[in-house]
Write a protein that binds this ligand. Structure first.
Ligand code: HEC
Length: 161
């Protein structure tokens, strides 16, 4: 006769056998997060992002580059922006290698790459931050007031080397 004890031992053995295949499924679907800095920084980065409408594209940042505005932009980028801070994908200093970065194709923009980012206008950075980049991991930040987005744009402009 089968006892409960025998049955539970059998099923435990069966689940142990399943563990390696479960791990394989998780790692091939890329569901696991890779630590920040785990993949190489790409520079120059291929860029296929949609263009802002002309009246926005040509805008210059209306805010002055003061220490106060920069500090606020940095704080939003690294900590405060909702639904989540930019650094989750773009990295603390915009290197494009945040803890969630490896989940996205195309990858998050590397703001430290002058070759890629210097040709991108203030208005374009503003537009994509506000509206996201459809079909990619870049979310929209419609909940952020324009002034806050411009503060973030000031900060991003400081990152390219
Ligand atoms: C969940 C991941 C994620 C978060 C969070 C995120 N981004 Fe992005 N971001 C991306 C990806 C992916 C791209 C690349 C999109 C593309 O190639 O079109 C991108 C691209 C961009 C671009 C490039 C625009 C261009 O025209 O080249 C800007 C600007 C940007 N993000 C700003 C921000 C800002 C500012 C925040 C925070 C307020 C933020 N992102 C948060 C994933 C993210």
């Amino acid at each position: 006769m089968w006892s409960y004890k025998m049955w539970s031992q059998k099923s435990r053995q069966a689940s142990l056998r399943l563990l390696p295949s479960l791990f394989l499924i998780l790692s091939t679907t890329g569901l696991e997060y890779v630590e920040a800095g785990d993949h190489p920084l790409i520079c120059p980065q291929p860029r296929f992002t949609g263009k802002a409408p002309p009246n926005i594209y040509n805008l210059k940042n209306p805010l002055e580059n003061t220490p106060k505005n920069l500090k606020k932009g940095k704080l939003l980028f690294q900590v405060k922006a909702k639904p989540m801070p930019c650094k989750n994908c773009h990295g603390m200093m915009g290197e494009g290698n945040g803890p969630m970065a490896s989940g996205f194709n195309p990858p998050p923009r590397n703001f430290t790459c002058a070759k890629t980012i210097n040709g991108v206008t203030d208005g374009q950075l503003f537009w994509i931050t506000k509206n996201g980049s459809p079909g990619t991991g870049m979310l929209s930040y419609k909940g952020l007031k324009d002034e806050k987005i411009w503060q973030i744009v000031l900060f991003i402009r400081e990152l390219a080397k």
